[in-house]
Structures are given as structure tokens and as C-alpha cells.
Design a protein around this ligand. Structure first.
Ligand code: MHO
Length: 196
């Protein structure tokens, strides 16, 4: 089926954004991905002039297929919420966008005996997300000539490549994330309570 028109957006940081761009892009229900900078105050950050921002990844997902809570399960297995990196560039952050996301996060933590105050993961409201430079988008995919040639032949420009649902999946597969990721997610959903 074609990707749903009705997507929600989620924004997370768990270190260098290349990895999660691919890993989460492979998940069933994640329609589009992009990497960028957020969490700070500096205007128009760039990779080499990041200021107080952090490397983040953003997901457009189909809530009929994967829930925000499902994504949180994955995010909280991708980092240790009881420790934080000193370097702002790589900090663990959940940037919620809506009251519903904030509520889902609080409930998610509660089922694990945690709260937003009890963890070192930064929990903040998304104010602005600055997409990163093109060469950071779908980073692994870029090293696969055969795929990049195909996108080029089909006339994709950089913005279209970044926002392409096909590119999100191929980037995941090119990074070794295949249906195993989907199985993990299903396990996660089935679990009564997870350990990180
Ligand atoms: N220092 C690592 C991480 C890059 S990530 C975009 C590297 O250059 O491979 O921060």
C-alpha cells in the first residue's frame, strides 16, 4: 500500500544521527526520515557551527502502523536513559511536539517505573528543527552507487531524496537493518515491560 497521507512526526536524538536515520527508517510504519539540528538556541546551525544544538533525527510515521509509544520503545533501547553525554552534539533527547506525545512519553516512562525527572535523557518541547546538510541525509545510502544512480536517473533532487519513503527504506537496508528491526519492534510492543 502507498504510504498514508496521515503521518505524525517524532523527533529524537541518541548520538550521531547517521545510524538512527537508517535504523528507524527501516521500521514498518516509518514513512520518511530526515536528520538535523535542534534542542538549542543558535539560529541556523550547521554541522561545523552547531552552537548549542544536538544531532537529531526526525520521523514521519503512520500511526495506524506504528505508534509514538512503539517508537519510544525503540528509542529507549537505543540509549541508556540513566546516563548522558557531556557533549551537546550527541546528547540523548526526546523533543515532543504535541500534548499527546508528552502524555504518551510520561505513560511510557511510568510503566517502566520512571519519570521525566528521574532520567538523564533530556525531555523538551520541539521548537525548531533545522535539517542538516544534504550529505548527512541518508548517509549510508549515499555510499551505494547503484541506488544513488537510480535516484539520479529518476530525477530526484536532494530535497526529494531526503523526503523519499523509498530512500528511507533503502538507507535502512543498506545499513543492515531489515525485517529483523520490524520483529524487534513487535517484540517490544508485546512486552509487558521492557528493560533498557
Ligand atoms: N565523528 C563521527 C560521527 C559523525 S556524526 C555525523 C564520524 O565522523 O564518523 O556526528
Amino acid at each position: 500500500a502507498p504510504p498514508s497521507e496521515m503521518t505524525e512526526t517524532a523527533t529524537f536524538g541518541v548520538g550521531c544521527f547517521w545510524g538512527p536515520d537508517a535504523e528507524f527508517g527501516a521500521l514498518d510504519g516509518v514513512v520518511r526520515t530526515r536528520v538535523g539540528y535542534a534542542g538549542g538556541t543558535k539560529a541556523d546551525p550547521t554541522y561545523h557551527s552547531l552552537g548549542d544544538h544536538t544531532e537529531m533525527f526526525q520521523l514521519d510515521f503512520d500511526p495506524d502502523v506504528v505508534s509514538y509509544t512503539d517508537l519510544l520503545g525503540h528509542v529507549f533501547r537505543s540509549h541508556d536513559p540513566r546516563s548522558q553525554t557531556r557533549k551537546t552534539q550527541y546528547q540523548n533527547i526526546v523533543l515532543t511536539e504535541t500534548a499527546a506525545q508528552q502524555k504518551a512519553l510520561e505513560e511510557f516512562l511510568q510503566t517502566r517505573g520512571l519519570s521525566t525527572d528521574a532520567i538523564d535523557t533530556r525531555i523538551e518541547q520541539l521548537s525548531r528543527f533545522y535539517p542538516a546538510e544534504d550529505y548527512h541525509q541518508k548517509y549510508t545510502l549515499r555510499s551505494k552507487r547503484i541506488f544513488m544512480n537510480a535516484f539520479e536517473e529518476l530525477g530526484y533532487d536532494e530535497a526529494q531524496l531526503r523526503e523519499s519513503p523509498a530512500a528511507a527504506k533503502l538507507n535502512g537496508y543498506a545499513s543492515g537493518h531489515d525485517t529483523a528491526a520490524v520483529d524487534e519492534l513487535k517484540k517490544d510492543r508485546a512486552a509487558e515491560s521492557g528493560d533498557f
